[in-house]
Write a protein of this length. Structure first.
Length: 383
């Protein structure tokens, strides 16, 4: 079936396919840095960069309605509200918006996995100069006093007692995104989110086990992975499926933008002949794209529940026109949508597992693939 027809029918937020660069007609050029110029620039940037083809008439009607909802005039008090109303109504609704300088900084911190409001040293009652032994002892003392915080304290201890993660945290407050442990003859890897440091963590994690010949299975846990920095996704996938493979597509204004893998298979991964990818309904964004590609190339068995269905790629666009010096805005806009392994949009439907963990016979189903009871026991232990 032609995917373009499928998208036109299935995605209810597909409003038109008239490609063009013509700007919405408006009065002679507004003065720069006025509310009117601000609205005009927001309009043009939506027209040029929004994932779907939206007509001049549709945008004009949306701004007209938003203006009426916010007092009927475009001025300093209403301009940002009007723009925000229009952006929030773009499909998928609530995904696009205006960002203040503070919100943009918060977004950068989230993508980089930095939490300025949290201090892992303070959580354990230690400081940067504390030795590994002192940190471990502080952890034991804290857990005995506050057992309800065991998971949080264990996380802080793990970050601050590993040389590489401690150095990264001390320098930029960047927290790790990948954690590993051995369960029987299985390597368990938890991938929490995509950040600029994740790829380096990923390579080091696998390489640290490359000489362990006792490991036969791999559990790659993407449950709760909220996505994040999308740029490195094709690099991750290349380590699994090899170089120059079609990793995924972005869909933008009726066109497909294919991404190929730029990396070779990682030798320290290829030894794992039995791989299970864990997903749940909190697996989203980049993690859904990764799941879809791993499923498409039959890298392993996808086990869990359907993913969240957050299939959009957002970008931040700076605005030249600013009418409030103390409160500058940028445009946060859905630029593309992503597709799953069957070429349907991820948005609103998610990625389906090969085996649903809620099925009462999931163990028998998984055993039929690998004939490895130890792998099943390892999976049950992390669930």
């Amino acid at each position: 079936m032609d995917i373009r027809k499928v998208i036109a029918v299935i995605i209810i937020f597909s409003l038109g396919f008239a490609i063009g660069t013509k700007k919405i007609s408006r009065p002679i050029q507004e003065n720069k840095n006025t509310p009117q110029a601000f609205i005009a620039e927001v309009t043009d940037k939506i027209k040029a960069n929004y994932w779907d083809n939206i007509s001049d008439a549709q945008l004009k009607d949306m701004f007209k309605m938003a203006t009426q909802q916010n007092g009927g005039e475009v001025n300093k008090e209403t301009a940002a509200k009007i723009a925000q109303t229009v952006l929030a109504s773009l499909n998928p609704q609530g995904r696009s918006g205006l960002y203040t300088t503070k919100q943009e900084e918060q977004l950068k911190n989230t993508v980089s996995n930095i939490n300025p409001e949290k201090d892992l040293y303070k959580d354990l009652g230690v400081n940067k100069e504390s030795s590994k032994g002192a940190i471990e002892q502080a952890f034991q003392n804290k857990v005995r006093a506050e057992p309800q915080k065991a998971k949080e304290l264990s996380y802080a201890k793990d970050v601050l007692t590993r040389q590489d993660t401690k150095a990264r945290y001390d320098q930029n407050q960047v927290e790790p995104t990948i954690f590993t442990k051995i369960i029987s003859s299985t390597l368990y890897m938890q991938f929490k989110k995509f950040s600029p440091t994740s790829y380096d963590e990923f390579i080091k994690a696998f390489d640290s086990y490359k000489d362990d010949q006792t490991l036969t299975g791999l559990i790659f846990d993407l449950r709760g992975n909220i996505g994040g920095a999308i740029d490195a996704t094709a690099y991750f996938l290349g380590n699994f499926i090899g170089k120059n493979q079609y990793a995924f597509d972005f869909y933008h204004k009726g066109e497909y933008e294919p991404f190929k893998t730029p990396t070779d298979k990682l030798p320290s991964i290829t030894k794992y002949k039995q791989m299970v990818i864990l997903i749940d309904n909190n697996t989203q964004s980049s993690a859904e794209m990764m799941t879809a590609s791993l499923k498409k190339y039959h890298v392993g068995i996808v086990l869990g529940t359907p993913t969240k269905g957050w299939g959009t790629v957002e970008k931040v666009f700076p605005l030249d026109n600013q009418f409030e010096a103390a409160n500058k805005y940028s445009l946060f806009l859905v630029h593309s949508i992503t597709l799953r392994d069957d070429n349907l949009p991820i948005e609103g439907r998610g990625v389906e597992p090969d085996i649903n963990i809620k099925n009462t016979i999931w163990e028998q189903q998984l055993f039929s693939y690998f004939r490895n009871q130890q792998l099943i026991v390892a999976i049950k232990s992390v669930y």
